[in-house]
Design a protein around this ligand. Structure first.
Ligand code: NAP
Length: 528
């Protein structure tokens, strides 16, 4: 049952007087539940409880944490229809997407559980002592990764499950041994509360300390700001706009003790279509890209918002074909009236720029909160000179840039802000004849795709979902896949520490049987 209250650890709490409701964009009406925003007192209680829980939770074994994560996955599935229905009511997204995203969320939790059971992720590194070394003896040093402390996770509007309450950030932080306080997204607080109840049920069943997880409601920026400023919070995970992510990053940097903010923000995901490919299969590419631009109503951080190619007849035909194809796609519902409004405003601003031609715009009347997909085109030089055209228009919008030549294409790429992805569409050997273009792309993005589309992010160990700023605030880390756990840990060394007092991962006898680096060698051996 959805109560509209906050979870401060295991306790439901509603001390505040600020209330709000979520919105059903398909029906264009408010949903019934009244949510109560967390007060300053409740924020402090949640952080205090998380700090206390950390003392025990940081030492919980990998096996027990894995049981906790697997139990969360199970409890999410137990929520059944109620979760799927609430998700759809609060997002306007179809049931198939809800079920798919639930599967992804459950899969993410289970993949971290697997990582914990295997155990080598702590990167145990041992340099044994050399008491007889000259001129000075070498001490025994043993290093591993340890959790940072309580983490605040901001739920994302566009992934109510996979990037929200029990999404990738939460799963990774809990796996690392960090208690989590979720700042629930106001667009899907009911979905958030249901998932929070599943996490707490799992915590109880697997004996986790109270405070290992809290879920706080908010309808404005105040709750999130207070959380980020609280001295008990040690790191932040965020997915959303550049404005929001940057504001939180700056707040965290201004604290007496600055803390890391791992924000995954905007990206226009350039797609470079090389001449041969454009000539040989422009028609098929137009159809594929009409699909990729409009999938999920364009509300994906990997949406292809920028198509780049060298001017030719084939490019003119492609623009025409893409424009024809995109208006054939039925418009679909956006997540919230605010998102539709932001889309329409940003689009309006983009098409008003000088040199922009709208080649496809869905002109027929659409339902309230439905988005009209749009394609525009511009000359390479105009794009180069107008930075505002490089900004994300979150929704089913893409701009095709007609570059004068390969040199200009390369210049444009090197002037782009950091991006999550770039895609190269090429035929035969032509990719190898544009080394500067490929090198320029590699320098700007976190993931390069060959002959595909950027939408659809595989969750696996080799995935990089991040990139140079402003795609993310720290390009050294991924937000997706098991390596995202590294955002929530720090390296820690023991020097000459007695074997009996060392954590299991560093003991001579290697009781966890994990991979370690001992005196420069990868091994599962014991130290005799
Ligand atoms: P948002 O405005 O960035 O907000 C995300 C979360 O951060 C919300 O919970 C918001 O709190 C909080 N927040 C924002 N600014 C804050 C600040 N200055 N201080 C403290 N907390 C702050 O994103 P959104 O609401 O999800 O969507 C709005 C726009 O973000 C979209 O139209 C789109 O442009 C962009 N977006 C991009 C991506 C992407 O992957 N690239 C994904 C989602 C959204 P409150 O809501 O409580 O105010």
């Amino acid at each position: 049952m959805i109560t509209g209250k906050n979870y401060i650890g295991n306790q439901l709490s509603a001390k505040g007087s600020t209330t709000y409701k979520t919105f059903n964009p398909q029906l264009n009406i408010e949903n019934e539940t009244v949510f109560i925003e967390a007060t300053s007192e409740e924020i402090k209680e949640a952080v205090q409880l998380a700090s206390e829980a950390f003392i025990a939770f940081r030492n919980v074994s990998g096996v027990k944490k894995a049981a906790f994560l697997n139990a969360i996955a199970d409890e999410i599935l137990v929520l059944g229809e109620a979760l799927i229905k609430t998700y759809c009511k609060e997002s306007g997204l179809p049931e198939g997407r809800a079920i798919g995203e639930r599967g992804r969320t459950v899969g993410q939790l289970q993949s971290f559980a697997k990582l914990l059971l295997e155990g080598s992720w702590v990167e145990a590194t041992i340099d044994t002592a050399q008491p007889n070394r000259e001129p000075q003896p070498k001490p025994d040093l043993r290093k591993l990764l340890v959790p940072l402390g309580p983490v605040v996770v901001f739920g994302a509007s566009n992934f109510p499950l996979a990037f929200s309450t029990a999404g990738g950030d939460t799963a990774a932080a809990l796996a690392a041994g960090c208690p989590v306080i979720v700042k629930s997204h106001p667009m899907h607080s009911g979905t958030g509360e249901l998932v929070a109840s599943a996490i707490l049920q799992a915590a109880k069943k697997t004996g986790m300390p109270n405070g290992v997880f809290s879920n706080l409601n908010s309808s404005g920026i105040e709750v999130g700001s207070q959380l980020v400023k609280h001295p008990g919070v040690k790191a932040v995970g965020f997915t959303g706009s550049i404005k929001g992510g940057r504001a939180l990053y700056d707040l965290a940097a201004k604290r007496e003790e600055p803390i890391p903010v791992f924000a995954e923000m905007g990206s226009i995901n350039p797609v470079v279509i090389l001449p041969e490919a454009l000539k040989n299969r422009g028609k098929a590419l137009a159809k594929t890209y009409a699909g990729s631009i409009t999938v999920g109503t364009g509300q994906f951080c990997t949406n292809p918002g920028l198509l780049l190619a060298i001017k030719s007849e084939a490019l003119s035909s492609f623009i025409q074909e893409l424009s024809n194809e995109i208006v054939k796609v039925e418009p679909s519902c956006m997540l919230h009236p605010n998102i539709v409004e932001a889309y329409e405003n940003k689009k309006e601003k983009a098409v008003a720029q000088s040199g922009i031609t709208v080649t496809a715009a869905y002109t027929t009347k659409v339902n309230a909160n439905y988005a009209r997909q749009t394609i525009t085109t511009v000359e390479g030089q105009t794009f180069l000179e107008n930075q505002s055209l490089h900004q994300e228009v979150f929704g089913p919008y893409s701009i095709v840039v007609q570059c004068a030549n390969a040199k200009q294409l390369e210049r444009i790429i090197s002037k782009l802000e950091g991006q999550l992805t770039a895609t190269v569409i090429a035929d035969n050997q032509e990719a190898s004849t544009y080394p500067e273009v490929i090198a320029a792309l590699q320098n700007r993005v976190g993931r390069l795709i060959f002959n595909g589309v950027p939408t659809g992010v595989e969750v696996c160990a080799a995935m990089t979902h991040g990139g140079p700023y402003p795609a993310s605030t720290d390009s050294r880390f991924t937000a997706i896949g098991i390596h995202s756990i590294k955002r929530w840990v720090r390296p820690f060394s023991y020097q000459d520490w007695p074997n009996a007092l060392l954590p299991e991962a560093l003991k001579n006898e290697n009781p966890l049987s994990i991979n370690r680096v001992i005196d420069g060698q990868q091994t599962r051996d014991q130290i005799k």
